[in-house]
Every structure is written in C-alpha cells, then in structure tokens.
Design a protein around this ligand. Structure first.
Ligand SMILES: Cc1cc2nc3c(=O)[nH]c(=O)nc-3n(C[C@H](O)[C@H](O)[C@H](O)COP(=O)(O)O)c2cc1C
Length: 253
C-alpha cells in the first residue's frame, strides 16, 4: 500500500480541492493507494522570522512553536506528496509559500529521497505553468522525485467543456505520478548533480562542527559520495561530477 498526501494551499473547498479529489480518484483506480487531503489552513504555521537557526544550528532550535513538525512527520510517513495550490497573483498561495519557507532548511539537508511528488495548480486565466515548475523544483530541492503536474482552468462558473479538459489533464498527471511512485528514485539529472556537488563544496568550506550543515554532511558521508543517495552515474556524469567539484572550488576561493 502506498500512502499519498495532498497538501492543499487553498482557503476553501472549491476548485483546488475538487481537482485534488479527482486526482485521488484516478490514482486510487490503479489500486494499492491510500490518499489523504491536508488543508494547510487547518494547521498553525507561523511566518519565518529569518533567524537562520534552523540552517546554522538545527531545526530543533527554531523559536516558533507551531505545527511545522506535524506536517514534516506527515510528509515523512508518506510515499508521495501532491502540492496543490491556486494561482494567487502569479504565484502559489501565501500558505503554500509559507510552508516552503518553513521547510527551507531541508533544501540544505534534503531528506525525502525515494518519495514522488507532483503539482496541481488551479487558476482563472494565466501564469500557472511557471507555478507548476516552481512547485516541482521545490519538491526536488526537498529530495522528492517530481513527475509532471498540471494547470487547470477553474474560472467560475466552470463549463462542462472546461471540466472535461481539466479531468483529462488530471488523469494524465495521476498516471505520471503513479509511474514515478512505482519506478522509485531515478539517477540525478546533470542539473541536480551540479547542485549537489557545488552545495557540498560550499558547505565543506565551513569546516566546523558548529554548523549543522557541515556535520550533517560529514555524518552522512556526503563529502565523499557521488550524490545524495547511491546512484549509478555512468562515466559521463562521474566526469561531470568532478568538473562541478572543480568549478565549485574555484567559486569558493
Ligand atoms: C487573491 C487572488 C489572486 C488570484 N490571482 C490569479 C492570477 O494571478 N492568475 C490567475 O489566472 N488567476 C488568479 N486567481 C484566480 C484563482 O487562481 C482561481 O480562482 C482558483 O481556482 C482559486 O482556487 P480555489 O477555488 O481552490 O479557491 C486569483 C484568485 C485570488 C483570490
């Protein structure tokens, strides 16, 4: 049984929620899927104060006492996450953005390997494609493997034709997500490999156990590994990895 959660950034049970329910229906039709919807507005998530204690000392030093860790626990226990948000002023809703601000320390120490993610964006008119890309990129920065998401036109009142088109897009996104869920963790793209090698070169410069990032990388063995997780890179990517190390060292001078 695969456990999937949908994190919803909408304030109401309308376009985004309906799309998520439809996505869940299509996904469950494959069998072996447990699907849970989670409205971010049901959780108390304060705004980041910018102290950076989570980056430097560790997330347990965050001065905000709220539901952040409950949400992290829910993500950790899942096999996959759907990030669903309405397009608000050409971006995700503030609640969804706030979630990423509060999880930003995980961008330094990604941990959701082996999990799939996808994005559902609803909108009136325009701007959703960039938001889907943004959500996928946020998921990948947290460690997920992102499958192709979808943008849905939910201008009210919605027409039958609009609903039909949306359903086809949702069905396609659910199929892609199911495939990602079943295929497991892929070999990293060149871009992801570059991000890892450059990040670790920067973190290696800290050379101090005072920094959480440094000793986290050291403890896990990321200063010596090819990538965050065991991956067969092949000769070309291995050579590119060494090249990215070199560029990283030059940049860090
Ligand atoms: C504050 C606000 C800003 C919005 N900005 C955009 C926008 O920039 N582009 C767009 O196409 N739709 C925009 N919309 C429309 C919503 O994305 C659309 O109605 C969406 O379906 C709302 O999702 P919901 O039904 O789950 O609330 C905006 C709606 C609101 C309330």
């Amino acid at each position: 049984m695969k456990k999937i959660i949908a994190l919803i950034g909408s304030q109401r049970k309308k376009g985004t929620y309906d799309a998520v329910l439809k996505f869940g229906e299509y996904l469950k039709s494959y069998g072996g899927i447990e699907f849970e919807t989670i409205f971010l507005h049901d959780y108390n998530l304060e705004f980041c104060t910018g102290c950076k204690l989570c980056f430097d000392k560790g997330e347990e030093y965050c001065p905000l006492k709220d539901d952040r860790d409950i949400l992290i626990e829910k993500i950790s226990r899942s096999d996959g996450v759907v990030f669903a948000s309405p397009n608000y002023a050409f971006h995700v809703s503030a609640r969804m953005k706030n979630l990423f601000d509060r999880l930003a320390f995980i961008f330094h120490r990604p941990c959701f390997w082996g999990k799939a993610c996808t994005a559902i964006v609803t909108q009136g008119v325009f701007g959703g494609n960039k938001i889907v890309k943004y959500l996928s990129s946020m998921g990948e920065n947290l460690g997920f493997h992102a499958s192709r998401g979808c943008v849905l036109q939910t201008l009210e009142p919605t027409t039958e034709a609009m609903r039909g088109k949306n359903n086809r897009k949702i069905k396609k996104a659910a199929a892609a997500f199911y495939k990602a869920l079943m295929n497991g963790t892929p070999s990293p793209s060149l871009f992801r490999l570059m991000m890892f090698r450059m990040t670790r070169t920067m973190i290696c410069r800290l050379q101090s156990g005072e920094y959480r990032d440094y000793y986290y990388f050291k403890e896990i063995g990321w200063f010596e590994s090819d990538y965050y997780y065991p991956a067969s890179l092949g000769l070309f990517k291995k050579a590119m990895g060494r090249f990215f190390d070199f560029i990283g060292r030059r940049m860090a001078l």
